[in-house]
Design a binder for this molecule. Structure first.
Ligand SMILES: [Zn+2]
Length: 482
């Protein structure tokens, strides 16, 4: 059987680039976590257990009867009541009757930021301290594909390099770069850039595409001069970039609907109870699908914190976190409620969200689940599960929610190999020990997480790389301060 190369971004050219970057040792040493000795690294950068895997004694949502899932070369080979077992080196994993879900897709994530750690943030190294926590927490929660929102250019390059490999202990990335900010030519921050004319627009978009982004993030789209936004969109289209725009404001949503913007980020967070009729009519009129990503869980979590004065969970219990960080998050969060106008707006708008969420869906916009993880109080550890709970609280059904976390984003991303459990798809599987079909969404019921046939969580425990292995694998060890 042909070995699937399984590594879109890790082609020969990029491997040569890595080798020439004097990282030879890393290519050899990466990822020997316990129990993993089997590897075929001819065309793969990372080393981990890629042997064929059989999951037995599992079931599929809303379907009767037990199923077995056979995985080979990072892909699902078969799903049936009984699948072939005469396969060399086959590993067998007992699903214990748990539900098998497709690996979840979180369509709005931030991996370079800690949820609220205002004081440590900026003083600690993103690649050494933040990525190992946020990326592993996200994967451990069952998210196997993540579209990122806003990234520094150097982080974007790092993430693109590792993106597709199943062994890498993070979700498969679908990347956007820094946000392009309308009407603010002077802005030149790592995460947000202004645009100074048509030529600058073209060259900045090309730079982001060249570093591996597939999406372009835009804020304040209604404030760009016409020729600038046209130059941005034309260049993006020519280079194969899709556009995600902040549509929290009515103006930005209306403008986005009139342009080739594929997804609208955020739901309206003003005190307005409803969307204006003209905006809803524009959604209904549009030929091209319009996906929207309302990070309802983020709004709900902020609202509940304001009501109850504390987080529902104990931060010390989060994996991959350390004590100083917990203190910083708690202090920062308290202060944010006193000082941050954005928080006040989120809290005030929450009671209006159920109606606005329904209006957008009825008008024909397609909801896609995105947690905005990394934003204040939205911990990567359980952000996707908080998001699902919020959708349920605000009127979606469990079936809608599973669509929003799997099939709908797969369509949005233009991929038919993720978000489904079917032969030929990527072997991204979450085994869930709970009544998902009735809306029991609980991060702690995630039993097993498999990305591209590689098992990262088993018996509820992380079995992937530890901190040092993670850093070594990404080539950060030499830069480590401790
Ligand atoms: Zn964001």
């Amino acid at each position: 059987m042909a070995k699937h190369s399984g590594a879109g971004k890790l082609n020969t050219a990029s491997v040569i680039r890595i080798l020439s970057g004097s990282l030879v040792v890393l290519v050899v040493l990466v990822f020997f976590w316990p129990g993993i000795r089997e590897a075929d690294s001819r065309d793969q950068q990372w080393v981990c257990d890629r042997r064929p895997l059989l999951i037995e004694n599992t079931r599929l949502p809303w379907q009767p009867g037990a199923r077995e899932i056979l995985i080979e070369d990072g892909r699902i080979m078969a799903i049936a009541a009984s699948v072939p077992r005469d396969i060399p080196k086959l590993r067998v994993l007992d699903g214990e009757g748990a539900l098998a879900l497709p690996g979840l897709i979180d369509s709005h994530t931030h991996f370079d930021s800690l949820p609220g750690a205002k004081h440590l943030q900026g003083r600690i190294n993103i690649k050494n301290e933040i990525f190992p926590m946020t990326m592993r927490q996200t994967l451990a929660s069952g998210v196997t594909t993540a579209r990122t929102h806003l990234a520094r250019l150097d982080d974007l390059a790092v993430m693109a390099e590792v993106s597709e490999d199943s062994c890498f202990p993070a979700p498969r990335f679908v990347l956007s770069g820094p946000g392009f900010l309308g009407g603010a030519p002077g802005v030149n921050a790592p995460l947000m850039r202004g645009v100074g004319g048509v030529a600058d627009a073209r060259s900045q978009v090309a730079e982001v595409a060249g570093l591996g982004a597939e999406w372009l993030a835009i804020h304040g789209i209604a404030r760009f001069p016409d020729e600038e936004i046209q130059a941005i969109l034309e260049t993006a289209d020519a280079l194969g970039l899709r556009v995600m725009a902040d549509t929290g404001g009515f103006d930005d949503l209306e403008t986005s609907l009139s342009l080739p913007v594929s997804s609208g980020e955020y739901i309206n967070r003003t005190g307005a109870n409803t969307y204006p009729e003209r905006v809803l009519a524009a959604i209904a009129r549009r030929d091209e699908a319009f996906y929207f990503v309302p990070p309802l869980g983020y709004y709900r979590r902020t609202f509940l914190y304001e009501q109850e004065g504390r987080f529902a969970e104990s931060l010390e219990r989060l994996p991959f976190i350390w004590a100083g960080l917990v203190k910083d998050i708690e202090n920062s969060f308290e202060r944010a409620f006193d000082e941050d106008e954005y928080i006040a707006a989120v809290v005030a708008s929450y009671p209006t969200l159920e109606q606005k969420f329904a209006q957008l869906r009825v008008a024909g916009a397609i909801p896609v689940l995105g947690s905005d993880s990394g934003s204040l109080g939205q911990f990567h550890h359980d952000a996707v599960w908080q998001e699902m709970a919020a959708w349920l609280a605000l009127g979606a059904t469990p079936a809608d929610i599973l669509d929003g976390a799997t099939t709908a984003p797969a369509r949005m991303l233009g991929r038919d190999d993720v978000g489904v459990l079917s032969p030929g798809a990527k072997a991204d599987v979450v085994l869930y020990d709970g009544d998902f079909e009735s809306g029991q969404f609980d991060r702690n019921r995630v039993l097993v997480v498999i990305k591209g046939g590689v098992v990262f969580v088993e018996n509820r425990d992380w079995i992937g790389p530890d901190l040092e292995q993670f850093r070594t694998a990404l080539g950060f060890a030499a830069q480590s301060s401790d």
